[in-house]
Design a protein around this ligand. Structure first.
Ligand code: GDP
Length: 411
């Protein structure tokens, strides 16, 4: 404050005493006389032209050098992006193979992304971790919302962790309700207890919309979990759509959870899903519900007998459980374990995995081909007109597809 007051005081004094210097006005320059002769005008004209040319040349040079600089910058940025991408995939692969949960979580997040550079990174990562995958038991679990899936998974995990070396990854596929546009599995944080276990990893499966969709991203998520050291991978889905068929096609053991007395219709369980199950569980067999559960068990056991024999000769059993009272969960886990040992020893696990890979490869061919056909501008018009002919019943869908694909291959 004192310093400020002194400064103000000094300037006031100068103003009062008039000691501050006022610059004197400079004398005006004399204007040069107007050129009068023709020679002088010619000289002036040639000087002006030279100046204009020099200015133009300068701007041209400036423009060219700026363009070159921009190009160089763009190239540098692209190279940096490429290096970052490879660096990222390098880091991710290292982290995943070192069983680092953070690296696994980052990779799963990238799987969800539609950005070209992220897709490229993840393609690289998946390819590099492939040799370290396949060594897990893949379990699919399905059942309508409210049947008790997440509570059951937590109870099952307690059984799993009785063997301390076991590491369990849980991926939940949430197909989202097409009507409410919301989550079917529920936005609430599920499986809180399990999420905190050091040997567990719980994540919603990435619902990627890029080429291959949910099926591809769930398959790739399973691979990432395996490479990150999880020897049991559980894929949970809601038994109300197509997702359970997809999950069956990417797991070794498929478990269907049912409520006693709710009726198959009410539970939306289609006959087709029962045909896929390797075991059925009647949940909530407690609080006076035990008898109803036992009755349902008998009914479903008879119903399962009506299905033709499985190709692998496995006979699916029905269990009753109470996750809240931890009843019957051990029996389900030992059934899964029994199936696993049995399918490894008789070669079914390997055979089934091979078949799954074949159908996954074929499914990807369909997806990639369709994407190419729809996205190439030269085919878009033809695609629209062929589709119109199908819609107006002029052409059968099969003939239309044949002629359209023939066009693609002849191009
Ligand atoms: P999800 O939607 O299939 O995952 O079902 P949840 O696990 O969230 O369970 C739905 C409801 O059923 C919750 O209120 C649970 O507490 C309840 N529940 C789950 N398992 C049992 C069980 O074994 N017995 C009883 N009585 N209730 C249960």
């Amino acid at each position: 404050m004192a310093v400020a007051n002194t400064a103000v005081g000094k300037s006031k004094n100068k103003a009062i005493t008039g000691r501050s210097k006022v610059p004197k006005p400079k004398p005006l320059k004399k204007l040069s006389p107007e050129p009068t002769s023709a020679t002088t005008r010619m000289i002036t004209y040639s000087i002006d032209t030279k100046i204009i040319f020099s200015v133009c040349a300068f701007f041209l040079f400036f423009e060219l050098s700026m363009n070159a600089k921009n190009n160089a910058q763009l190239q540098y940025k692209n190279r940096l992006k490429e290096r970052q991408a490879s660096f990222q995939s390098e880091e991710l692969v290292k982290g995943i193979l070192a069983h680092d949960r953070l690296a696994l979580a980052s990779a799963l997040t990238l799987l969800e992304s539609n950005k070209a550079e992220h897709i490229q990174v993840m393609d690289e990562v998946i390819e590099r971790i492939l040799p370290y995958t396949g060594n897990s038991l893949r379990i699919g679990i399905t059942g309508v919302p409210g049947v008790g899936k997440s509570t059951f998974i937590e109870a099952l995990a307690r059984e799993v962790f009785k063997t301390p070396e076991n590491k369990l990854a849980v991926l939940s596929i949430d197909p989202s309700s097409p009507i409410s546009k919301g989550s079917i599995l529920g936005d609430k944080t599920r499986m809180n207890e399990l999420s905190l276990h050091p040997n567990a990893f719980v994540r919603p499966s990435p619902s990627s919309s890029h080429l291959g969709g949910v099926n591809r991203s769930t398959r790739e998520s399973i691979l990432l979990c395996e490479a990150a050291g999880y020897n049991i991978v559980l894929v949970e889905t809601v038994g109300v759509g197509q997702s359970e068929t997809a999950v069956h096609a990417m797991t070794d053991f498929f478990l269907l959870l049912m409520l006693a007395g709710a009726g198959d219709q009410l539970q939306g369980i289609k006959r087709g899903i029962m045909e896929l199950t390797d075991a059925m569980v009647i949940t909530k067999a407690d609080s006076g519900n035990e008898l109803k559960a036992e009755k349902a068990k008998g009914e479903y056991t008879s119903a399962l007998h009506l299905f033709p024999q499985r190709e692998n000769n496995w006979i699916p059993q029905v269990f009753t459980t109470s996750s809240l009272e931890a009843k019957g969960i051990d029996a389900v886990w030992s059934e899964i374990d029994k199936f696993h040992r049995w399918s490894v020893s008789n070669g079914w696990k390997e055979e089934n995995r091979k078949r799954q890979l074949v159908s996954s490869f074929e499914e990807q061919i369909h997806q990639v081909l369709l994407h190419q056909l729809q996205s190439k501008p030269q085919f878009q018009e033809k695609y629209a007109s062929t589709l119109n002919r199908v819609l107006s019943k002029e052409l059968s869908a099969h003939r239309a597809a044949e002629s359209f694909i023939a066009l693609f291959f002849s191009a």
